[in-house]
Design a protein. Structure first.
Length: 289
């Protein structure tokens, strides 16, 4: 006799959700990182969460500068630097300036699994600013400049027109160097300082466009800001030589023995005038008059 068949649907697994993600769990015993749900499920930028997860997975001593992170991620310097500031504001990241026994100043970076933890037990990375630069080209200016720093113009109309002209001409050399009005207003004061120092506009253009990378990891304004900040000012062109006027030697007047300057010996101006008046009265004017 044939077996009985049933068209009834199979009973769903107890507790399984009807929709949404289904986790396939695997117990890991090596090469894994524990991250709190508060960090993994943090609302906001996915770049911030990804940077946090990546830093958590790094061993102590790894570099987490913007340059090192950009070498790992596809995002540019602006997004990476913004993610680091968000983690710092949320208390996951802390950067301290410390002095080494040799007297050097280094930046020690602490990463907290939970904000407010003990810095002696969390990830700590040393970054030497001299060997591992950490430029921050984010166009967001953040806190205002200190009393010793010039104020940046609030709008392009407030910027030096000579500096704006230099920045606008960069796209003729490299079409990728297209700047917005806000970026041009932000970069203009640095270009003005170069112009004030006597650097020719064509020389500034050459310095800003030389040896650019084939692929930009950030907005062009970030690269230009870094170059304007870190490139030493070139020496101004030498001043043109100005010929000094010829100084005539002193002569002794043959008439009154007064000293006067002249290319050859003879009479001073007063004696020549007296002689001219005397000869003129006799109806004869000498050639010297």
């Amino acid at each position: 006799m044939d077996d009985s068949q049933s068209n009834a649907p199979l009973r769903a697994d107890a507790g399984a959700p009807a929709s949404g993600v289904m986790h396939i769990r695997t117990r890991l015993t090596a090469d894994f990182t524990v991250i709190s749900n508060a960090l993994a499920q943090r609302r906001g930028s996915a770049v911030t969460v990804g940077v946090a997860a990546y830093i958590s997975s790094l061993p102590d001593g790894s570099s987490v500068s913007i340059t090192a992170l950009c070498a790992h991620f596809d995002e540019g310097e602006i997004l990476i630097s913004r993610a680091l500031r968000e983690l710092e504001a949320a208390g996951y990241l802390e950067r301290r300036r410390v002095r080494t026994p040799s007297g050097q100043i280094r930046t020690r970076t602490y990463f907290y699994d939970v904000p407010g933890g003990d810095p002696d037990t969390d990830t700590a990375i040393d970054t030497d600013p001299a060997t591992d630069p950490d430029p921050d080209p984010d166009p967001d200016p953040g806190p205002g400049p200190g009393p010793d720093q010039p104020q940046e113009p609030a709008a392009l109309s407030d910027a030096d027109p000579r500096a704006v002209a230099v920045l606008a001409s960069l796209r003729r050399v490299d079409p990728r160097l297209v700047l917005s009005e806000r970026e041009a207003a932000r970069l203009a004061p640095a270009v003005t300082r170069w112009l004030t120092a006597g650097v020719d506009p064509s020389q500034i253009t050459a310095l800003l466009t030389a040896r650019l990378p084939d692929r930009f990891l950030t907005r062009p304004a970030g690269i230009l800001a870094f170059r304007l900040r870190e490139t030493p000012l070139p020496a101004p062109p030498p001043l043109p030589l100005v010929e000094r006027p010829v100084v005539l030697p002193f002569q002794t007047c043959d008439g009154c023995e007064r000293a006067f300057r002249a290319p050859e010996p003879g009479h001073c101006r007063e004696c020549r005038s007296r002689e001219c008046r005397s000869t003129e009265s006799r109806g004869r004017l000498p050639a010297a008059c």
